[in-house]
Design a binder for this molecule. Structure first.
Ligand SMILES: [Zn+2]
Length: 415
C-alpha cells in the first residue's frame, strides 16, 4: 500500500449528508436488507421490459456498479462474507448474532465513528412529515457529533402539490396557516427556534426531485393569491409557490449565515426526469444571494464539470461528493481530479453516505476512501503533488473543510 493510500484509509470523514440520526433504531428487527442501500434501484433498472430476469441474475448484474460494490464492501467489513441471494436467511441470522455480541455497545456510534470513521454527521431526517420537529433536534439519544440539515417539505414545500402538508404543518406547529403571511411568519419562528437549539447547521433544498432548479423572482401578492387557491384546492399549479419559499429560505440563510445544501445531479430511485438536476439553472440564484453559501450535492453527476465551473466562478459555491462515489465511482475519481485542478480545494467536501442505514454507510465510506486514495495516489506518482501536499488535501477535503463550512460542530473532535 502506498503511503498516501495508507493515510487516506486512516483519515476520518466529515460526513456531509445522511438520512439517519441515531435515534429510533430497533436492532433486533434488522435483516439482510440493511446492507442494500441504493442497490434496489439498480435491481429495478436491470430488469428489461418484458424480460423475466431472476433476482439472482439481477443481483449479479448490479454487482459491478457502485451500488453493488458498496454493498459488498459493507458485507465484507461487517460479516466477512459476500452477499448471496440464496443465503439471505443466513445473512440475517449472522447479523442478529453480530448485534447480540455487541450488547451494551452503542451500535450506531460503533458503525459511524469506528467502522466508517466519521467524526461529524449532517442528518437530513424528515421523511414522514414536512419538517423535522424540534423534539428530533433535541432528542437526547442524538449524539453530539450529529447536526441537522432542515428541509421544508418532503422535497420542497408543497413540491408534490400536496395540500395535506398544510394540515401536517398546522398540527406540528399548533397554529392555523390561513394566509401566506401567517405561514411565512411560522416558518421564520420555526427556523429561529431550530437555530436556537444549536443543532441546526444548514438548510437543504430537494426540489430537483420534482422540477428544474430555475427559481424565478415572485411577486408577494401573486404568491399570496396562489397560496389561497392552493389551500382551497382550486389549483395544482404552484411552481410559483416553490420559488417563493426558496427565496424565503435563502433570505433566512443569508441573515443567519447558514449554508444551504442543494440536491443537484442524478435523482435517487427510478423513472424520474434527471434533467431537473442540472446545476446551471441555479446560477441566477447564486448571483442574487452572494452571501449565501450554496453546497452543490452529489458531485452534480453527470454535471461535475459544470459544477466545477460554477465553484470556480462564484466564491459562494462549494462542491460536495456525498452519494457520488456510489453513483459512479470511476467518474467521481475523475471529477475529484478535475475539481482539484480547477477549484481551490477548501471548497471541496469529499464524502456523505446519504444512507438510511449505518451498515450501508460503512460500505459507502470505504468506497469513497478507495476513490480518494486512487485519485491522490496518481497525483503523487506523477509528481503533481508531494506526499505532504497530498496528505494536506486529504485532511482538508475529507474533514477540515466540512468543519470550516458548516457551523455548530466541535472541530476539536476531528482528527
Ligand atoms: Zn439524500
Amino acid at each position: 500500500m502506498s503511503e498516501i493510500r495508507d493515510f487516506v484509509m486512516q483519515q476520518s470523514f466529515f460526513n456531509s449528508h445522511e438520512h439517519q440520526s441515531a435515534c429510533a433504531w430497533k436492532w433486533e428487527d434488522i435483516d439482510h436488507g440493511t446492507f442494500w442501500g441504493y442497490s434496489w434501484s439498480d435491481m429495478e433498472t436491470s430488469q428489461f421490459p418484458n424480460h423475466n430476469t431472476s433476482r439472482a441474475e439481477q443481483l449479479l448484474a448490479l454487482s459491478t456498479t457502485g451500488y453493488g460494490q458498496a454493498m459488498e464492501m459493507a458485507m465484507q467489513d461487517i460479516l466477512g462474507m459476500s452477499y448471496d441471494i440464496e443465503k439471505e436467511n443466513e445473512i440475517t441470522q449472522r447479523l442478529q448474532q453480530w448485534v447480540q455480541e455487541r450488547q451494551g455497545i452503542d451500535i450506531h456510534a460503533h458503525l459511524f465513528t469506528e467502522r466508517a470513521n466519521c467524526t461529524a454527521i449532517i442528518a437530513d431526517v424528515n421523511s414522514g412529515i414536512p419538517v423535522t420537529t424540534l423534539e428530533t433536534l433535541t432528542d437526547e439519544t442524538v449524539p453530539d457529533y450529529v447536526r441537522f440539515a432542515l428541509r421544508l417539505g418532503r422535497k420542497g414545500l408543497f413540491a408534490d402539490s400536496d395540500r395535506s402538508e398544510i394540515t401536517a404543518l398546522e398540527e406540528t406547529w399548533d397554529c392555523s396557516l390561513d394566509t401566506l403571511y401567517i405561514l411565512e411568519q411560522a416558518i421564520e419562528r420555526y427556523l429561529d427556534a431550530c437555530k436556537n437549539t444549536g443543532k441546526l447547521t444548514c438548510l437543504k433544498i430537494g426540489l430537483a426531485y420534482v422540477r428544474s432548479l430555475d427559481i424565478q423572482a415572485v411577486d408577494v401578492m401573486e404568491a399570496a393569491k396562489c397560496y389561497d387557491l392552493f389551500r382551497q384546492g382550486k389549483t395544482q399549479e404552484i411552481r410559483l409557490l416553490h420559488d417563493y419559499f426558496v427565496h424565503i429560505q435563502l433570505r433566512w440563510a443569508e441573515a443567519h449565515a447558514i449554508p444551504v445544501q442543494i440536491h443537484t445531479g442524478h435523482l435517487a430511485g427510478n423513472h424520474k426526469d434527471i434533467r431537473n438536476g442540472d446545476p446551471a439553472n441555479l446560477i441566477p440564484l447564486i448571483m442574487q444571494y452572494p452571501k449565501v453559501c450554496f453546497d452543490l450535492f452529489h458531485g452534480s453527476w453527470p454535471w461535475g464539470g459544470v459544477a466545477a465551473s460554477m465553484a470556480k466562478e462564484f466564491p459562494n459555491v462549494c462542491l460536495d461528493l456525498c452519494w457520488a462515489w456510489a453513483l459512479s465511482p470511476w467518474q467521481t475519481e475523475n471529477t475529484l481530479d478535475e475539481w482539484l485542478g480547477a477549484v481551490p480545494h477548501n471548497k471541496i467536501i469529499a464524502f456523505g453516505g446519504d444512507s438510511w442505514s449505518p451498515f450501508a454507510t460503512v460500505g459507502y465510506a470505504k468506497q469513497a476512501r478507495i476513490g480518494i486514495a486512487n485519485c491522490l495516489e496518481r497525483h503523487v506518482q506523477r509528481g503533481h503533488y508531494s506526499q505532504k501536499t497530498a496528505e494536506m488535501i486529504a485532511q482538508r477535503i475529507m474533514s477540515e473543510n466540512g468543519y470550516a463550512i458548516f457551523p455548530g460542530f466541535d472541530s476539536s473532535s476531528a482528527s
